[in-house]
Write a protein that binds this ligand. Structure first.
Ligand code: DCC
Length: 138
């Protein structure tokens, strides 16, 4: 696993090791797929036993963002849709992956991501657009 901003002082909810309530995700590039793993706890529930849909969206958003970030592309999410196909149980090792479907004029990136259960079924799939931004602004 690699995390090139490890040790810096950011507080990103998705990936900072310093954020006490964050996901602390770590990402790796596997060919053209960005991957991470996550196990939801009780604190991530919506309905009893299942992960909250908003938090599922946050993990997918972060994983798609990191596909770009690992290529030194600074972006903001500008649009996202999610198909929730199956409940995501807590205390279950999840695989999360993302990839780029289309790049428009080097500025707008059409991304996709999915959460995969241990049996290989896709529980949620996201499609999103990310816009390149000037990192100096942030
Ligand atoms: C250190 C820690 C590391 C952390 C590691 C990384 C973690 C990242 C976290 C995950 C990512 C997030 O959640 S980011 C947080 C959630 N997202 C946000 O808050 C974004 C808020 N939105 C914005 O700030 C703004 O909209 C910007 C800066 C993204 C863009 O503003 P702007 O520059 O004024 O853009 P605007 O003129 O409206 O549009 C520019 C061009 O894009 C087109 N455009 C605009 N929106 C869209 C759209 N949805 N779909 C298609 N095209 C669009 C316009 O038509 C236009 O085309 P044309 O006229 O040029 O042809």
């Amino acid at each position: 696993m690699q995390n090139r901003i490890k040790g810096s002082d950011h507080m990103c909810f998705g990936c900072s090791e310093r954020n006490p309530i964050g996901f602390k995700l770590k990402f790796t590039m596997d060919g053209d797929i960005c991957r991470t793993e996550f196990t939801a706890g009780e604190e991530h529930q919506g309905w009893n036993g299942y992960m909250h849909g908003g938090l599922i969206a946050a993990i997918l958003d972060e994983t798609m963002a990191w596909w770009l970030w690992l290529k030194d592309i600074s972006i903001m999410t500008v649009e996202m849709t999610i198909r929730y196909s199956l409940g995501v149980p807590v205390h279950t090792r999840l695989r999360v992956e993302s990839w780029c479907e289309e790049e428009k004029r080097g500025k707008l990136f059409h991304m996709a991501g999915q959460i995969i259960l241990p049996d290989g079924k896709v529980a949620a799939k996201a499609r999103a657009k990310f816009m390149k931004i000037d990192p100096a602004q942030f």
